[in-house]
Ligand binder design. Structure first.
Ligand code: AMP
Length: 138
């Protein structure tokens, strides 16, 4: 499955070049063209799925089994102290390319890659209410 105007499908098929770092039958990993830190890598299933929840479990399982291995190599190569694995879904969540992908972002102390994490506390009863609604849908 591929989408003719999808930039990652074009990378997968070789119509757009990339700095490839890993490939197997189902997965491709390459350096992000506009990194937020050295070694910033994208891991994508070769098949086109727009969002995480649309990926079949076997594809997600394959991606996640590769991510650990790739993380180890990336983090070791750039000597990072930590990393984030991030999957943006939807424009409001920062997804610009509509082909599911996982960012591996090497992190170092004081790098200021993510400067805002707007955590707050639930009002009384709100967490129960939300958890119940979520569970009803599972
Ligand atoms: P997102 O905002 O989560 O959809 O991330 C899309 C990422 O794809 C961005 O970090 C872009 O820099 C990256 N990107 C877009 N086009 C290319 C490309 N041709 N090669 C490598 N990375 C790309």
């Amino acid at each position: 499955m591929s989408s003719s105007d999808c930039v990652f499908c074009k990378i997968v098929s070789g119509r757009i070049p990339c700095k490839k770092i890993y490939e197997d039958e189902q997965i491709l990993a390459f350096l992000d063209i506009r990194p937020v830190s050295d070694g910033h890598t994208l891991v994508v299933p070769k098949a086109h799925f727009e969002k995480l929840h649309q990926c079949p479990p076997e594809v997600l399982s394959k991606v996640s089994s590769c991510v650990g291995k790739i993380v180890q190599a990336v983090v070791g190569a750039v000597g990072a102290a930590g990393y984030n694995v991030l999957c943006n879904n939807g424009r409001v969540a920062g997804q610009l390319v509509d082909h599911v992908h996982f960012h591996i972002i090497p992190r170092n102390k004081g790098d200021e890659v993510f400067t805002r994490w707007p955590a707050y506390e639930y009002e009384q009863g709100r967490a129960d209410e939300i958890a119940e609604k979520i569970c009803e849908r599972l």
